[in-house]
Design a binder for this molecule. Structure first.
Ligand SMILES: *[C@@H]1O[C@H](CO)[C@@H](O)[C@H](O)[C@H]1NC(C)=O
Ligand SMILES: *[C@@H]1O[C@H](CO)[C@@H](O)[C@H](O)[C@H]1NC(C)=O
Ligand SMILES: *[C@@H]1O[C@H](CO)[C@@H](O)[C@H](O)[C@H]1NC(C)=O
Ligand SMILES: *[C@@H]1O[C@H](CO)[C@@H](O)[C@H](O)[C@H]1NC(C)=O
Length: 695
């Protein structure tokens, strides 16, 4: 483990002593007079040998038979900094056992038989930074057991038999960063169990029997969850729940039925079109639906009424229908929330009727025969039409004029001629995935003035006519993944002045070159996905998207970080270069994007070496860094990255020597590292799940 490097740091101060006194060494031990280490491993010792040299800093007593650690057990070795007592058959640590060890920074008591941590078990360890108590039989932690450990950063209590954590159990841990309680039998946490742990960045509670009953705030933002089913959140004390920036498309009205005290619910930036009144939370005060495509029709009425009745603060805006779009949800009245009747939709397909329908909700009219092409299904109420997988070889004609979602996926169109979608100016979302399309004629989508989402994934496109997407002023999301494109279809994108997200994964683009495309053409492009192409190079000028925030170049054949090209995307926040062949990362490789970059992924990227200056320029902005699965022995300087929340170094042959010292130092400086993975930690880590305990 990298913590061993701390030895070198502390050695220096003890060095002067070495010169003044010749070492003595117990018969069964081996001693290194230069490093001031003594190891007596596996000697069946029943007591700490009294003749250990006083100036020893590192004492390794693994695999002995000590059974009881008496008071003052280490009275003869006051300079110890590292003490390893793993597998020593220790059942009892008497009060005051470590009282003379004011310099110890690391104490390992794992794999013993300790069952109780007494109030004064660890007295005297005033410099201790890490304490390993894993794999014991601890059932009880007496209040005050840790009060003297004001410098402790990491406390590991995994694989014990804890059932209950009493109030103030960890009192005194003023610098604790990581508390590991995984693999116990915890089923109850006293309300103040974690009180006072103001510096805690990470709490590992996996593999217990908890209902998370004491948690009052739960932050699950940015997890790619699409659905929350019944009783998903069962937390009796929960008051604040953050489910923002996920991919929720639906939320059961019973999802929070076991969160009765919930007062703040953040559902912003999901994909919710509707939401039903929630059963369970009686005290909800604020509901944030900002950034969801909420459709303000009669289906939203129950929610609106519930919100008014409860005096809730409701945030967000309608995404449609057009006359309500961008209207704040808080200001639409239940009367605004209408559904047109089937009959109206048939007989009055003009643009203006929605303004003149009046306040009536007319959902209960008898079913009428709806205008709809053969082998298709048209739902007037939802304004959806689908002809998925019906063997169509031509785009069907005759959809209701109000259709907003048209699903034509899994047919066999092969070729899309010009003006294929007449009379469909209201379509917002058009699905043409898996249709064996190999050519799109210029102006094929002409007239689709409202088209926002266009799905052309998994077709056979090899190139695109420069005017293929002409007449789509609103197009925002374009899916072209899974085709056979050999180039970034630059010219075809030119008419798309609102393009925000472009998917080009799984094509055969081998080189990104300047396409004469400038930021002024696609000024809003924010996310570009080029995963799983055959890219070998990205030349300067190829990424002329000044506003780009997310760039995925993973699973390609890049042999270097495209530093030059990055200078065109100064606003980049996320860069994925995983699964490439980047042997060496040069100094200042990310300098051009260093101002904004928040997430950098270089997993399994073939890296053998990163220059010490590789990350120069990156600073407190960077939140996540992963270099997992490379062949790195030495890390670049990480010390300026003071804002890191996630760092993943697993699966690298990192050398445990002074080269890791900077990391060791910088990790100590991090106050709020939430996920720290090194080598092959088996911890269950929940990405960006942050549990804040009420204190
Ligand atoms: C270890 O010492 C105990 C008594 O101190 C003895 O009973 C036991 O046989 C010893 N074990 C070995 C492997 O020497
Ligand atoms: C609602 O969500 C938006 C977007 O995430 C956020 O900017 C805003 O602060 C939130 N409002 C409240 C009151 O939480
Ligand atoms: C890349 O695409 C190929 C073919 O579509 C697929 O088999 C492979 O799993 C993809 N790899 C990744 C990393 O997505
Ligand atoms: C980065 O790319 C790798 C390889 O394709 C993928 O497994 C990983 O999920 C990506 N990470 C993010 C955050 O997109």
């Amino acid at each position: 483990m990298f913590f061993c490097t701390a030895t070198f740091l502390l050695l220096v101060s003890a060095q002067s002593l070495l010169l003044t006194e010749a070492g003595k060494c117990p018969r069964v031990c081996s001693c290194d007079g230069t490093k001031l280490t003594v190891s007596c491993i596996g000697k069946n010792l029943t007591a700490v040998p009294p003749s250990i040299d006083e100036i020893t800093v590192k004492l390794d007593l693994r695999n002995n038979n000590l059974q009881v650690l008496p008071r003052g057990a280490f009275i003869h070795t006051p300079y110890l900094t590292h003490l390893n007592l793993q597998r020593c058959n220790i059942a009892k640590v008497k009060e005051g056992a470590f009282r003379t060890l004011g310099r110890v920074v690391s104490l390992n008591l794992a794999y013993n038989k300790i069952d109780i941590l007494y109030q004064e078990s660890f007295d005297g360890l005033s410099s201790l930074k890490e304490l390993h108590l894993d794999y014991n039989r601890i059932e009880e932690v007496q209040p005050g057991a840790f009060t003297q450990l004001g410098f402790l950063n990491m406390l590991a209590l995994t694989y014990n038999q804890l059932v209950y954590i009493p109030n103030m159990a960890f009192q005194g841990l003023q610098n604790i960063k990581w508390l590991r309680l995984s693999h116990n039998s915890l089923n109850n946490l006293a309300p103040e169990a974690f009180a006072g742990l103001f510096t805690l960045g990470r709490l590992s509670l996996d593999h217990n029997e908890l209902q998370l009953s004491a948690v009052t705030r739960l932050d699950m933002s940015y997890n790619p969850m699409t659905y929350l089913g019944e009783e998903s959140v069962s937390m009796p004390k929960l008051t604040h729940l953050y489910l923002d920036h996920m991919s929720l498309q639906d939320l059961s009205d019973q999802a929070l039925s076991h969160a009765p005290l919930l007062s703040h619910l953040d559902l912003s930036h999901n994909q919710l079109r509707y939401l039903e009144p929630l059963t369970g939370p009686k005290e909800l005060k604020s509901l944030n639906l900002t950034g969801n495509p909420i459709y303000c029709n009669c289906y939203l009425r129950p929610l609106r009424q519930w919100v008014s009745a409860g005096g809730l603060k409701l945030m967000g805006a309608c995404a449609g229908p057009p006359h309500l779009s961008d209207e704040p949800l808080q200001s639409v009245t239940p009367l605004d929330l209408r559904c047109r009747s089937r009959e109206e939709a048939l007989t009055e397909p003009s643009e203006e009727d929605s303004e003149s329908t009046g306040g009536a909700v007319t959902t209960a009219k008898p079913k009428q025969k709806v205008k709809c092409p053969d082998k298709c299904d048209c739902d007037i109420e939802a304004q959806h039409a689908t002809c998925e997988g019906q063997g169509h070889t031509k785009i069907p004609r005759g959809f209701p004029a109000k259709t907003q979602l048209l699903d034509l996926r899994s047919n066999h169109f092969h070729y899309l001629p010009a003006k294929m979608f007449p009379g469909l100016s209201q379509v917002v979302s058009l699905h043409l995935e898996l249709c064996k399309i190999h050519e799109i004629e210029r102006g094929a989508f002409q007239g689709m003035k409202q088209l926002f989402y266009l799905y052309l994934s998994d077709n056979d496109l090899t190139s695109l006519d420069p005017a293929a997407f002409a007449g789509l002023p609103e197009l925002t999301y374009l899916h072209l993944e899974g085709n056979r494109l050999t180039q970034l279809p630059g010219a075809a994108l030119a008419p798309l002045s609102n393009l925000f997200v472009l998917h080009l994964e799984r094509n055969v683009i081998s080189k990104l070159e300047p396409a004469g495309l400038t930021s002024s053409v696609t000024p809003k492009l924010r996310e570009l996905y080029l995963t799983n192409n055959t890219l070998t190079a990205v030349t300067k000028g190829a990424l002329d998207f000044a506003f780009l925030g997310i760039l995925h170049l993973d699973s390609n054949q890049l042999t270097e970080v495209p530093t030059q090209a990055l200078s065109d995307v100064p606003n980049l926040e996320e860069l994925n270069l995983s699964h490439n062949l980047i042997r060496l990362v040069e100094p200042r490789a990310f300098q051009p994007v260093s101002q904004q970059l928040k997430r950098l992924y270089m997993e399994h990227a073939g890296m053998e070496k990163m220059s010490r200056e590789a990350l120069v320029g990156l600073g407190a902005e960077l939140r996540a860094l992963s270099v997992r699965g490379n062949r790195l022995q030495v890390l670049p300087d990480l010390s300026p990255l003071s804002g890191l929340e996630v760092i993943d170094l697993q699966d690298n042959p990192l050398l445990c020597d002074c080269a890791l010292l900077p990391l060791y130092r910088s990790v100590q400086g991090y106050n709020d590292i939430k996920v720290f993975k090194l080598l092959s930690s088996k911890q269950l880590e929940i990405h960006s799940l942050q549990v804040t305990i009420n204190t």
